[in-house]
Design a protein around this ligand. Structure first.
Ligand SMILES: [Fe+2]
Ligand SMILES: [Fe+2]
Length: 275
């Protein structure tokens, strides 16, 4: 087991279908990585072929976002639907964090890059389990409802563009999580659901660093290629991100994560113009 490279461990996680099994393996591999780091004998990053799409359980059924029914947040069914959607996001996030390692292993990076990505993958695995525990406390489970099919699209679109991946996944998609999570916590506060409040509060606190890792390594690569970070970010988001950047933005948490307003506001203004 300890002979595995980091890329091989990533592929093992990506090719495990069941959510609880995937996240258990993810956490075990993260532990292995950090134990080797602390012992001063880091595992090699190595090479392994990442699948274009990760293995996923038979349920949930993955539907076009337009076909996923919307439910009212003020109802029990609505709150279960929110938790189910968050669990789906977290499972995608586990795969997204592991995928980047073998996918771009040909780009030489400092070892701290891998520390950040493995730590974030470990946290996403914890998030998935916390939200699954909440679903189960409500008599539901991950897979009981339908989920969005489009979430892996950002990975496929940026399959050969490392900087594009960093721009779209942590700096747009995970930053969006910082904008919307306080509103979700409020919904569960009104419902006096302490378990969900605790889970979402942990997610909210830890996601700041995931966005920060994205910004840090995006800036690092801009420096390596002598690119203007803001201009490069705008170009890559225009090329690869198909949704709209929607205000209101959580400017305080975005700033804490190293995302200044002139990165995202110009893109939000564009999304509003009728094109
Ligand atoms: Fe997360
Ligand atoms: Fe995250």
């Amino acid at each position: 087991m300890t002979d595995l490279s980091l890329s091989q461990m990533a592929v093992e996680v990506l090719t495990t279908a069941d959510g609880r099994e995937k996240t258990a393996l993810s956490r075990a591999h993260a532990k292995r990585w950090f134990e080797a780091r602390e012992a001063g004998t880091p595992l090699p990053v190595g090479r392994a072929e990442a699948p274009l799409r990760p293995s996923r359980p038979e349920t949930p059924r993955l539907l076009d976002p337009r076909d996923v029914p919307r439910r009212r947040p003020g109802t029990e069914a609505g709150r279960i639907a929110i938790l189910h959607a968050v669990a789906h996001i977290e499972l995608n996030a586990v795969d997204l964090h592991w995928d980047i390692i073998p996918r771009f292993a040909d780009t030489k990076m400092p070892i701290g890059f891998y520390d950040d990505w493995v730590k974030a993958a470990e946290e996403e695995s914890k998030h998935f389990n916390l939200v699954c525990d909440c679903l189960e406390a409500h008599g539901s489970h991950y897979g009981a409802l339908d989920a969005h099919a489009g979430m892996w699209r950002a990975a496929e679109d940026t399959v050969d563009d490392f900087m594009g991946r960093l721009a779209v996944v942590p700096m747009v998609m995970e930053a969006r999580g910082l904008d919307v999570t306080p509103g979700m916590i409020e919904i569960f506060r009104k419902a006096k659901d302490d378990k969900a409040i605790d889970a979402l509060s942990i997610i909210y606190a830890e996601e700041v660093s995931h966005v920060a890792y994205g910004s840090k390594w995006f800036h690092f690569l801009c420096g390596r290629h002598e690119l203007d970070p803001k201009g490069a970010f705008h170009d890559l988001v225009r090329r690869y991100f198909h949704g709209a950047l929607k205000p209101p933005f959580n400017e305080e948490k975005r700033a804490e994560a190293g995302l200044p307003p002139d990165f995202y506001w110009p893109l939000a203004a564009e999304a509003k113009s009728p094109l």
